[in-house]
Design a binder for this molecule. Structure first.
Ligand code: FAD
Ligand code: N01
Length: 528
């Protein structure tokens, strides 16, 4: 028997393994992919890059690592981030405890011996005292069921399961479904290659220019000269990111001209900080409308055909309620002759045929279809595993009406099972790398505490779990982000209960709550 099984070898699984080994636990990581990296292994689509600056979206645990690693750009590409994670795995000799190309199919809690039995696709049974589900918040990719897809004679791809071999769209007629962050990144690149690109848009999206550029030596030096202090400051923010030169007032407290100036300044700078142009954009509808209208006017300015521009203008939900994207020439792409926007709000798809897509009596002849249609977020990867806690209770049954956790870390009746998928925690609204480190540091400290004090099991008590669920909901209702259908609330998956899953109360507040729980003797947990 080992101390801990970790499922998943992305940002979370890798650091979890490192921390556990450093703290003297035996641990093993199981990963279904043929390489490490998680999201950065799977999402190899052209244009994939991070949208939080890599100087911040990176590990902080090793000063040596953060000093020696050199990012080439502000928002580097997927291959570079994957190289970084492989570098980390090699530098800290993590591979020897990672088993690739192995899927965890089941995790069963054995109450008699207080241990988890992990069953894998290789037919192995691994016994471990603890299990950490580092299975990812956005790892279960999803292709919508569209009539006739199985008859399509061309190729089709999902951005989150992109092939490792090069895909060349030169001279081809390509359709893209999905205009979220993945679509926004891939569409301009495919447009450059394809003979013709058809963008099948169901919901128009808000996006801000990334204004990506090479990392300037002075900026890099500014970070590296005081990395530890900057990382400390990041932990004190809502988003886990340092944003310089931001206004600290309400959008409604300044004149309309001042507001426009500030939006223009942030738009020219690029980055998701646009949403923080003023302090109240995320909870005051009137303030949010002013920022949304600014972005709508930008679309009208950029897109030359007014009919196309109007179709590309998002409306009916607050800015940020569907995750804001960063783009490079997204709206400009629709000015190209080889790009056609197909508005699915006007008429939905009837079917995919062997040679393309049919809407009414119009046939779109295609060679390739790209699905940038997102993920069964948070719970998708967990529910693919048969997870059974006390008395054989399944996680799927327990969460049939929506997931419930305490601090996003554990759920009652599933002792010694830690969950790291961003449920009930701020990860997806923030710098995920930083949130992942915070969660893992908490879990590791907890395991050390159990070992030191000779406890066998830990699990939340049901009151603490319910209270946390109510708090997560209350904060979500206060913020405008819950006011749209999206992967945040499961509305993108047919039949999934509509429950707003992430915690939007901020990294700083969440971290303080986690610290208080420990300071109060693991308040809300049952230790036995
Ligand atoms: P993942 O990276 O998803 O890793 C989970 C791993 O678990 C996967 O490798 C998966 O194969 C494995 N796994 C799952 N189930 C099983 C099983 N049953 N058996 C074995 N293995 C299993 N966040 C940011 O903060 N900034 C960004 O710029 C950013 N960019 C993103 C870009 C894309 C395209 C996507 C999809 C997400 C992005 N995110 C970003 C969010 C991203 O999810 C996190 O930043 C982070 O990578 C999550 O790491 P993780 O280790 O928790 O999960
Ligand atoms: O997925 P999404 P994503 N027919 O769910 C459409 C992170 N990320 O992969 O809104 C037609 O956001 C759907 O339309 P609608 C980031 O956190 C980051 O783009 O449901 N269209 C929507 O337009 C992000 O939020 C980066 O009406 C259909 C799109 O598909 C998260 O991952 C890059 C459809 C799905 O958008 C997920 O992003 C990439 C159908 N049947 C991802 N079904 C960075 O830049 C769905 N759609 C860092």
């Amino acid at each position: 028997m080992i101390d801990v099984v970790i499922v998943g070898a992305g940002f979370a699984g890798l650091y979890m393994l490192y921390r556990l080994r450093q703290s003297g636990f035996s641990a093993k990581t199981i990963e279904v992919a043929d390489g490490i990296g998680g999201v950065w292994h799977w999402n190899r689509y052209p244009g994939a890059r991070c949208d939080i600056e890599a100087m911040q979206y990176s590990y902080s645990f090793s000063e040596e690592l953060q000093q020696e690693w050199k990012w080439s750009e502000i928002f580097p590409t997927q291959p570079e981030i994957l190289r970084y994670l492989n570098y980390v795995a090699d530098k800290f000799d993590l591979r020897k405890n990672i088993e690739l190309e192995t899927q965890v199919n089941a995790a069963i809690f054995d109450e008699t011996h207080s241990r988890w039995e992990i069953q894998t696709s290789r037919g192995d049974r691994i016994l471990a005292k603890f299990c950490v589900m580092a299975t990812g918040c956005l790892s279960a990719s999803r292709i919508p069921s569209i009539n006739g897809l199985e008859t399509f004679k061309g190729h089709y791809y999902h951005t989150g399961r992109w092939p490792q071999a090069d895909v060349n769209f030169s001279g081809r007629r390509v359709a893209v479904f999905g205009t979220g962050s993945s679509g926004v990144q891939i569409i301009p690149i495919i447009a450059k290659q394809a003979k013709h690109l058809f963008v099948f848009q169901r919901t128009a999206t808000f996006t801000v220019p990334a204004r990506n550029k090479p990392l300037e030596p002075e900026y890099e030096q500014w970070w590296k000269s005081n990395y530890a202090e900057h990382r400390k400051q990041m932990l004190e923010t809502i988003t886990g990111c340092l944003a310089l030169d931001m206004k600290n007032c309400s959008a409604m407290s300044v004149t309309p001209d001042e507001r426009l100036q500030e939006y223009e300044k942030q738009w020219q700078k690029g980055s998701l900080n646009f949403l923080g142009s003023f302090t109240d954009l995320v909870f005051n509808q009137e303030a949010n409308d002013t920022a949304a209208e600014f972005l709508r006017n930008k679309i009208r300015e950029i897109v030359e055909d007014p009919t196309v521009a109007e179709k590309l203008i998002p409306c009916g939900f607050p800015l940020g309620a569907k995750r804001l994207s960063l783009d490079t020439n997204y709206f400009e792409t629709f000015n190209h002759d080889n790009v056609t926007l197909v508005d699915l709000q006007q008429a939905p798809i009837d079917e995919i045929t062997p040679t393309g897509i049919r809407i009414g009596n119009k046939n779109y002849e295609l060679d390739d279809i790209v699905f940038a249609t997102g993920f069964d977020a948070f719970t998708g990867a967990l529910f693919k595993i048969d997870i059974r806690g006390r008395a054989g209770k399944t996680l799927r049954d327990k969460w049939a009406d929506g997931p419930c956790t305490y601090l996003g870390l554990m759920t009652s009746d599933f002792p010694n099972l830690f969950i790291m998928t961003g449920l009930g925690s701020p990860t997806v609204f923030a710098n995920a790398a930083l949130c992942i480190e915070q969660n893992i540091d908490w879990i590791t400290d907890c395991l050390v505490y159990l070992r030191t004090n000779h406890y066998e099991t830990i699990e939340p008590n049901i009151e603490a779990e319910n209270d946390w669920g109510k708090h997560v909901n209350a904060v979500a209702n206060f913020i405008l982000f819950s006011k749209a259908d999206s992967w945040f609330n499961g509305a993108n998956i047919e039949g999934k209960p509509k429950v707003f899953m992430p915690y939007v109360g901020g990294v700083n507040n969440y971290r303080k709550k986690c610290q208080d729980v420990v300071a109060n003797g693991y308040q809300g947990f049952i230790l036995a």
